[in-house]
Ligand binder design. Structure first.
Ligand SMILES: *[C@@H]1O[C@H](CO)[C@@H](O)[C@H](O)[C@H]1NC(C)=O
Length: 179
């Protein structure tokens, strides 16, 4: 009996594990990105953008899907030693998995891949004064993310010409939530 229960338990754990690894890379359901997030990795081809004082050094708190298909993104960041809340709407575009927002210029946010219960990777293009900057962000439901996902992120960065040294692990750099 004990053995049977153990087997059943393991089967359930296994099934649960499987269910948690539904990675999607197309046909995104943006509304499933709703809820709380932690920012884990930040990368940009212009490294200063994600370093201290950089405009894209931001920490995602939550996403809310609005009725008009826009996403409401709530971030915070440190500005001159103070925690500042940043909330902006990302409006649906004709391209699937892509929304646009104004922040430090005009931005196109592309969802690259997502496992809605675990993590998602965001690729953005920032258009500002005739300049285009690209960046990639990894956000997760929990601060501890598997090394495989981080590795996958680095590969994506490489594919976009962003070197490994421009990838910053900010899991423990979020001074606002540490307090
Ligand atoms: C969607 O609704 C939000 C909140 O009401 C608004 O700020 C945003 O501009 C709307 N987006 C579009 C594309 O209409």
């Amino acid at each position: 009996m004990k053995l049977l229960l153990l087997c059943l338990g393991l089967t359930l754990v296994y099934a649960h594990h499987e269910e948690n690894h539904d990675v999607v890379t197309s046909n995104f359901d943006m509304s499933k990105l709703s809820g709380e997030w932690y920012t884990i990795l930040l990368a940009s081809d212009v490294k200063e953008k994600v370093e201290e004082q950089g405009s894209f050094r931001m920490f995602l708190e939550s996403i809310q899907a609005l009725d008009n298909s826009s996403l409401l993104l709530k971030y915070h960041k440190m500005i001159n030693g103070e925690c500042v809340e940043l909330t902006f709407g990302c409006d649906e575009t004709e391209e699937e998995g892509v929304c646009s927002a104004s922040y430090d210029g005009y931005n196109e946010f592309h969802i690259v891949e997502a496992d809605y219960n675990d993590y998602f990777i965001l690729y953005y293009l920032n258009y500002h004064n005739e300049e285009i900057i690209q960046g990639i962000e990894l956000h997760a439901r929990n601060p501890d993310v598997s090394p495989q996902i981080k590795k996958r992120f680095e590969e994506l960065c490489e594919n976009h010409g962003i070197p490994k040294e421009n990838v910053l692990d900010v899991t423990n750099a979020d001074h606002c939530s540490q307090d």
